[in-house]
Design a protein around this ligand. Structure first.
Ligand code: NAG
Ligand code: NAG
Ligand code: NAG
Ligand code: CU
Length: 662
């Protein structure tokens, strides 16, 4: 046996022995197995030989949290041993004969556990297959052909896009999608050339165009000045950058299956078709206690709400719940090595399920790399010691887990960044192309009405809108039972004159939130420190161990409470909520988001007003942007970033980057 094959054999053994974490995403063979179970079930119960059903959603049905934690404690990253395997279940949402079926299957013995018809409001996400089919319909429509020709346009240059319809108070809804069209004609920037005035409604069950509107004509914005595709000249810059961002060949983290270990951190990374990336069972090694301590049981983007502010025909329905309607994972694209992530990043593939139940791969969908931030992790210069000048600096190197989801025109760059000081920084960058509306205006001097946007180029309005990205943060700070504490800083006046030359100071007034209703927080100008503490654990000097939530841009929705998009995303009026842990409460706008009526979701769950003190709790934080477009956002947007941090606050006895106290 040659050295090479011996090595590859060893490598194979290593791969085979990697632990299957109970939260590992479904593998392609498991997806095939699910499809097989479902197919067997329906071929038994249906008389039709050709199965008439489509897969809209397939996901792991996670084991209960306490069982995952049990598994974790006996399969510790440092001391792995075998325990009895946990059940491996999956959930499939199927549409069959006009009904939504929820199926749960057991992958260990290939059996069907249940098949329940969902009778509530809302629908599962649209399949790529049906969206593609819907976009073919205009080209077969004589009305559409006429509309295009009457605008003097070439049908071969038209691209259409599927836009979810939302819900506007109808008692009964049908699965449908709005189709609007854009023009290429010399540019790849189709979103900058909307063919205004035409909107089509496609019934997705019948796969028929049921409504056709050609309301008005507006000039087609020009192709000039809209291109962003790299030219030969740019290629040199890009390849130079690629070479420079190669970073060292070696890196300081290890990945075993989906478990990542880096510095003092250990966590699980999961690709998910709905959330994009999910970080689970994140714990940090405490060198003083000689053990891993839990921080975050699970964290992921739960929903995004993107309402546009143009109430006119063809635009009023544009208020998207991207994660529930399209999925942050399904819209994620392969990352570019050396450009999206450094050359030495580790790339993970993701697997999704097609409408036909077949698995398909999204290659390089997640990347993991060390970021040399250029900041100091800590430093000090000491010059007040006679005869000595001490300078100690520790450069900051963090670990980043990245995914990019492109939902139509917008690109969301999501980072989960771990620091050696125990912080988890969650960042979201927005780039891509604005949603634009064609107009006859070429200069704002001509405009006397409210056009609901900014004129960013001749004949081109970029409509006002918001981005609310809501995160599900199931913190387990050093254990399950936690409390949410608001610390307010209050200005105090000195009451005893003469005791001090000072007139005022501030002090901290802590308030522990008792119920869910208490824990809806507005982040106004009033300073507030937001803490999740474990009231059952104290540091060496008696402080409760905790993690602090440091917020970034926290804009909240300005729509009226009774406006339909707002009803469906009612939670967006507060940037921060805390709820009692419940395994099925994960999606802020409810599980069935397409055409939802707002009767499921964070705002509804919170109304139960459960107790949250010293309980297993979940924090929901929304990164919010009001977007008033400007000309620099055209033709492609420079990235705008925000996010938040989960930072230890009395979690450790001292700076965790220093060795244990002597
Ligand atoms: C397939 O399902 C659709 C509705 O989802 C129904 O209209 C159609 O009749 C079904 N076809 C067969 C062959 O069962
Ligand atoms: C329409 O576009 C096609 C493909 O680019 C081209 O061959 C054709 O000449 C165009 N027709 C007109 C009328 O511009
Ligand atoms: C968990 O949440 C679901 C959905 O909100 C609800 O139906 C169920 O009653 C909850 N379970 C408990 C134990 O509260
Ligand atoms: Cu925007």
């Amino acid at each position: 046996m040659s050295m090479f094959s011996l090595l590859s054999l060893l490598l194979l053994c290593f791969i085979n022995t990697s632990i299957n974490h109970p939260l590992d995403p479904l593998s392609p063979s498991e997806i095939n197995q699910i499809t097989h179970i479902v197919h067997n079930h329906y071929s038994k119960t249906s008389t039709s030989p050709s199965p008439n059903y489509t897969f809209h959603y397939v996901d792991l049905e996670e084991p209960e949290k306490h069982r995952v934690l049990q598994w974790l404690s006996s399969n510790h990253p440092t001391t792995r041993s075998t325990t009895s395997p946990l059940p491996r279940l999956a959930k499939a949402i199927i549409r069959a004969n006009g009904a939504t079926h929820e199926l749960v299957v057991d992958l260990t013995d290939s059996s069907l556990i249940s098949d329940r018809v969902y009778a509530g409001h809302g629908y599962p996400p649209l399949t790529i297959k049906e969206m593609t089919a819907a976009l073919e319909l205009p080209f077969k429509s004589p009305q559409f052909q006429h509309s295009i020709l009457s605008r003097g346009l070439n049908l071969s240059q038209v691209s259409c896009i599927p836009l979810t319809t939302g819900w506007f108070g109808q008692a009964k809804t049908k699965r449908a999608v709005n189709v609007v069209c854009l023009y290429r004609g010399g540019t790849e920037n189709i979103f900058s050339r909307p063919i205004e005035g035409i909107t089509m409604l496609v019934d997705l069950e019948a796969m028929k165009m049921t409504k056709y509107f050609d309301r008005f004509k507006a000039p087609l914005p020009k192709a000039e000045g809209t291109r962003y595709k790299s030219s030969k000249q740019d290629f040199k810059v890009i390849s130079d950058f690629r070479a420079k961002w190669a970073q060292p060949k070696t890196h300081g983290f290890s990945i075993d299956g989906h478990m990542v270990k880096w510095a003092n951190w250990a966590f699980h990374v999961q690709f998910n078709t709905r959330a994009g990336v999910i970080i689970s069972t994140a714990s940090i090694f405490d060198s003083e206690q000689g053990k891993y301590r839990s921080v975050l049981y699970r964290g992921h983007a739960s929903e995004t709400f993107v309402p546009y502010m143009d109430p006119s025909d063809g635009w009023s329905f544009r208020a998207y719940l991207d994660i529930g309607e399209y999925g942050f994972g399904r819209t994620a694209s392969p990352l570019e090595p050396g450009l999206d992530c450094p050359g030495n990043a580790v790339f993970l593939d993701g697997y999704a399920t097609g409408a036909d139940g077949k698995p398909y791969k999204i290659p390089r969908v997640i990347c993991i790399f060390e970021r040399y931030t250029g900041h100091a992790a800590w430093r000090h210069t000491e010059s007040f010691i006679k005869g000595e000048l001490i300078t100690e600096v520790r450069p900051e190197v963090n670990l980043v887990v990245r995914i990019v989801s492109t939902v139509g025109n917008y690109d969301y760059i999501e980072d989960w960044e771990f620091t050696q000081s125990g912080t988890i920084k969650v960042g979201v960058g927005l780039s891509g192309i604005l949603q634009m509306k064609a107009t006859s205006y070429t200069n704002i001097d001509q405009i006397t009405e409210d056009v609901h946007g900014t004129l960013v180029a001749h004949n081109t309005l970029a409509i006002y809108h918001d981005h609310f990205i809501t995160y599900h943060l199931d913190l387990d700070v050093d254990g399950n039972d936690n409390s949410f504490v608001k610390s307010k800083m209050k200005t105090k006046r000195v009451t005893q004159p003469g005791s001090t030359p000072r007139k005022s100071y501030w002090t901290v007034v802590q308030e522990t939130m008792k119920t869910e209703a208490d824990a809806k927080v507005q982040l106004s100008s009033e300073p507030v420190d937001l803490l999740v503490i474990n009231p059952n654990k104290k540091t060496n000097v008696g402080n409760y161990v905790g993690y602090r939530l440091m917020h970034g841009l926290s804009a909240t929705s300005l729509l009226a409470d009774d406006d339909y998009p707002q009803i469906r995303a009612a939670y967006s009026k507060w940037p921060l909520w805390v709820t009692r842990y419940n395994q099925s409460e994960r999606w802020a706008s409810g599980f069935y988001t397409d055409q939802s009526h707002g009767d499921d979701g964070l705002a509804i769950w919170s109304r139960r007003n459960r107790e949250i003190e010293n309980k297993d709790i979940v924090v929901w934080y929304t990164v919010g942007f009001h977007h008033i477009p400007c000309q620099e956002d055209f033709p492609v947007m420079p990235t705008i970033r925000s996010g938040f941090q989960l930072r230890p606050a009395n979690f450790f006895n001292h700076n965790p980057m220093l060795p244990p106290l002597a």
